[in-house]
Design a protein around this ligand. Sequence first.
Ligand SMILES: [Zn+2]
Length: 261
Amino acid sequence: MTERHDFPAGEVPLRILVLGAHPDDAEFLCAGTLIRLKQEHGWHVHIASMTPGDCGSMEHGPEQISRLRRAEGAKAAELIGGRYHCLEERDLLIVYGEPTLEKVTRLLRETRPTIVLTHSPSDYMLDHEITSTIVRGAVFGAPIPNFLRDKNVGAPLPQIPHLYYCDAIEGKDPLGRDIPPGFRIDVSGVIDTKAATLACHASQRDWPLKHHGIDHYVQALRDWSAKRGKEGGVAFAEGFRQHLGHSYPQDNLLGSLLGIV
Ligand SMILES: [Zn+2]
């Protein structure tokens, strides 16, 4: 059991943090929502990845592709007026444990978000699932003063942030079962900017073709957003589920700010 510490009236911080496994995950899954929060409500946007995407290349070695991808992540975040952070874990080696909880807790306490977005707990690869679990744990621990007390991870948050899971890739779990979103955010008006953030990841535009047989990196984003949009009766949308476990915020702050479809 933890005690809730509500923000004082009129002092609600306007910050969102999305923490994905790899540098382009946020752009694919939730950039439209980030852009709308920035444009319509003036929120500060922080985009973080657990790794610099060091396995995401057939041509470049890990250090070279990491350098390229950190720069691409920074450029994409800059495009929407946000800031990019890399937690410097390594692809396919993300583990739940004290070192990763420490990094994520430090980031949470530095950026002090009201809303946190991460991957679906069930997703196509383990980096996504374990990132989701780490973020869930760190979000719970970030307001607890004794959590990692000796690790110099910053001042405890005033409360657990609102936690949301983005869609799994292709909206399905590892056994191929559909994972329907809890709600959708209309991103029709910002789809071109969303696509432009993904296009910043130039090193990745030919990589999915070689490894997964998926062509048209940016088209895949439009197709997926159009599928979620059609379900909600709009042109393009992004799907989310809210973590509603005991002691996490229960009100749908994201939905009430942007409306749901
Ligand atoms: Zn990923």
